[in-house]
Design a protein around this ligand. Structure first.
Ligand code: HAM
Length: 458
């Protein structure tokens, strides 16, 4: 007889996880808060596809960026098209601006989104291959106040969720006027240190020396500390713009620090860039790790947004910046724009660690109990009436035992139990039991809603 092979249970792909109700209640609180604040500031919702033509991301993100080089999920369709699972949304929003005729909308066009993104990263705490972002993009405006509004909305969302000690790391990358000079300086500096650079950076130096400032290799991090800084090479226009952004952040009392080597992972940024960190990531974390924002990759493994309460170090909760040249990179006319996004799993993780509350869903205060086939049928109909009347009502229609159902009603803390037995089903009545007082009365169906409302008010 052929040997029976044991079938393995199929598991989710590495770095991708289900999100269950516990985490979803956190997710809902974050996105409800972010949406409310975004809409207050005039941002409108947009949904974009999970799949795009891969070329949408290649040039804008930078062919030398980690995301394009190593992390993008691409595949060829049967028709021969090269598609990519979206690694981020900003390039998509620019595509949508062109494709959906947003140039005729009042400017700035302000959009927000929320959804899954995909990067083939090494999964560890705060890094997944499928992760969720809430993001904002403001298109068509150069005024520094637009940069500050985006930062403010992200900050206010965290503040309203209960986060304290948020720190915005900010920098300016200059524009196409002044950045080439800075790049030259940077190249000269790194050329002298060439032998100490990691393999990737040796290669990156030719294409885009800014990428070296974003390298997570220990030796490259050390070399960075003495590298020239963009802030000293800003042209007058960029200097004035950056000063304007900082003044608005001061005005809104948003805590920020200048992070002179902050470059972000994509090539499309110019002028303002920012990342959002917590000041005191973890009281029990080793002191040396506390402020080292470059050590994101050294965390312990953890494949879910929940879990490890002794989470060690600061990881960026969000990031963004200005991308005035992105439209041109995609072949369009110049369109100044700025935006930013949160990593939702990272915020959920921190909310749990800090004991911040998720979205509260009120338990139904009425519970429907039925005994016998006729009562079950009547209850099946009655649930719809309760729904139409807007009275949240629990049920356990698949159970027949009175005691078991009463136990559930007590467990969820129901105030009133509606009991329908065979007799009540026949005569069209219902027993309303006050669970706290243990009293009960029989009412006819036509007075049921009125009686429930009065009972709940008591
Ligand atoms: P990003 O910095 O690549 O920027 O991502 C924004 C946030 O998403 C990060 O700060 C982090 O919280 C979260 N995130 C990124 N990768 C992962 C991952 N593998 N696992 C879990 N969370 C992750 C952008 O995506 C830009 N599109 C933001 C932007 C909008 N810039 C301008 N407008």
């Amino acid at each position: 007889m052929p040997k029976k092979t044991k079938k393995e249970i199929v598991r989710s792909p590495k770095g991708m996880h289900d999100m269950l109700v516990g985490d979803i209640r956190y997710l809902e609180r974050i996105t409800d808060t972010a949406k409310e604040i975004s809409e207050f500031y005039g941002f409108l919702p947009i949904e974009t596809p999970h799949l795009e033509n891969a070329e949408l991301f290649l040039r804008p993100l930078g062919e030398m960026s980690d995301v394009v080089e190593k992390q993008m999920y691409t595949f060829r369709t049967k028709g021969g098209d090269l598609l990519a699972l979206r690694p981020e949304a900003t390039a998509q929003i620019i595509r949508a601006y062109n494709e959906d005729g947003m140039s005729s909308w009042p400017h700035p066009v302000k959009l927000y989104y929320n959804g899954s993104f995909f990067r083939h990263e090494n999964p560890q705490r705060g890094r997944f291959r499928e992760f969720r972002q809430f993001g904002l993009e403001s298109l068509g405006e150069t005024d520094p106040v637009t940069d500050a509004i985006v930062i403010k909305i992200l900050y206010l969302t965290l503040h309203e969720l209960g986060f304290e000690n948020i720190m915005m790391h900010v920098n300016s990358l200059g524009d196409k006027e002044c950045r080439p000079y800075y790049k030259k300086e940077l190249t000269n500096y790194y050329k002298k240190k060439f032998n100490y650079l990691c393999k990737d950076c040796k290669r990156r130096l030719k294409e885009n020396p800014l990428r070296l400032l974003d390298c997570k290799e220990e030796t490259c991090i050390e070399l960075k500390t003495k590298a020239p800084q963009m802030i000293e090479h800003l042209c007058e226009g960029c200097k004035t713009h950056f000063k304007g952004v900082l003044e608005f952040l001061d005005e809104a009392q948003i805590p920020y620090m200048l992070d002179n080597y902050l470059v972000r992972g994509f090539d499309y940024y110019s002028r303002t860039v920012f990342e959002i960190f917590m000041e005191n990531p973890e009281p029990t974390a080793p002191a040396k790790e506390k402020k080292d924002v470059n050590k994101e990759n050294n965390n312990t493994n953890n494949n879910s947004a929940s879990g490890d309460k002794s989470a060690p170090i600061a990881i960026a909760l969000g990031g963004g910046g200005r991308y005035d040249e992105l439209m041109a990179l995609l072949g369009g006319k110049i369109l100044p724009a700025v935006g930013g996004a949160f990593g939702l799993e990272r915020i959920i993780f921190e909310m749990k660690r800090l004991g911040l509350s998720p979205k509260k869903i009120a338990q139904p205060r009425v519970f429907l109990i039925q005994i016998g086939p006729a009562a079950k049928k009547r209850s099946f109909r009655l649930m719809e009436e309760m729904h139409e009347e807007g009275i949240p009502c629990g049920e356990s229609l698949s159970r027949d035992n009175l005691k078991a159902q009463l136990n559930i009603a007590a467990k969820i803390g129901a105030r009133l139990a509606l009991i329908i037995g065979q007799k009540e089903a026949m005569e069209g009545s219902i027993i309303i039991r006050n669970m706290d007082e243990g009293t009960q009365e029989v009412v006819m169906q036509n007075r049921l809603i009125e009686k429930i409302k009065a009972g709940l008010k008591k």
